[in-house]
Design a protein around this ligand. Sequence first.
Ligand code: ATP
Ligand code: MG
Ligand code: MG
Length: 386
Amino acid sequence: MDSKVVGILGGGQLGRMMVEAASRLNIKTVILENGADSPAKQINSSAEHIDGSFNDEAAIRKLAEKCDVLTVEIEHVDVEALKKVQEQTSVKIYPSPETIALIKDKYLQKEHLIRNQIAVAESTAVESTAQALQSVGQKYGYPYMLKSRTMAYDGRGNFVVEDVSKIPEALEALKDRPLYAEKWAPFTKELAVMVVRGLGGDVHAYPTVETIHKNNICHTVFAPARVNDTIQKRAQLLAEKAVSAFPGAGIFGVEMFLLPNDELLINEIAPRPHNSGHYTIDACVTSQFEAHIRAVCSLPLPKNFTSLSTPSTHAIMLNVLGSPDPEEWLQKCKRALETPHASVYLYGKSNRPGRKLGHINIVSQSMDDCIRRLEYIDGKSGTLKE
Ligand code: ATP
Ligand code: MG
Ligand code: MG
């Protein structure tokens, strides 16, 4: 198992948790990221790491020279450089550069999903002019969502166009960015499914979970989602079908909207471990990070490895977000440490309001019990008897 070296483009928390999973399998990882102190480099002492950008061809080539497999913890990387490495060397790249290119531009991603008969929120490419945004409003009605096609994360790149008067503000907020517009999805819940794709194109869904976003940032995840079995299964099948449309191997996060008529639409796909899959570390047979490492290193993906640990396992994942009061997030972590069945994961990042500094997993035999523990950690209930 220790014969392959995996290079990771990006050294944030997702890279850090990939490193942890790889280390347990004796798989060596090398990180490409600016600076020596990124979350993934902090826990992986090695002289091999590369100080540079995942958008710099020379740095990517340097990483490839040290590795057998390259993977990513972020999609905003130089795909052309990856394509050249794939053509000119024997280094394997998963997910494939073609997949990363299709996904990193959210509008190309939508077009690709539509070509593969997969339900997505209706959208249209749009120019950065008031006239263009007005005609979108006439077509979709208000509100609609204006989105940057590229470099989007945590809602940075989204603008809700509430009515025609908000168009100048929308243009200013997303100026100099390539845009598309999306019809408003009046969802009753947001669901997500992690899917692992093996080298043979086989796809394996994790349970369907429910994600709660606040200010466009994922805040809490309920696993499994509080929906009926039919929706649970339909979401898994939709996610597997979507991931089947993207070549290469590795883990994918599939975000969806559940509409009032129970229709499911895909919001977007991430070609990497995903915040909505952090619960898998404590609640599933194999974590999303280990599943990814296994998939990109051609290691076995046995039956039921994506299942919850037991049929009655329930989990809640709570993001630890930075706060203006530097003590607030620490207090939350302290309360989690006092809580039976809760685990704290910190990423080695400094406090900044809204920044993802860590997460807390709560795992128990019922959702009610998980919620009780969450209320204590959140400071909403003062006592926790057991
Ligand atoms: P991520 O951090 O997940 O990559 P992102 O910046 O790519 O985020 P999206 O996932 O496109 O952004 O949108 C963020 C959130 O905004 C969604 O989870 C959802 O709550 C809301 N949203 C996005 N698109 C729509 C839509 N068409 N209608 C209603 N709400 C939407
Ligand atoms: Mg996104
Ligand atoms: Mg999203």
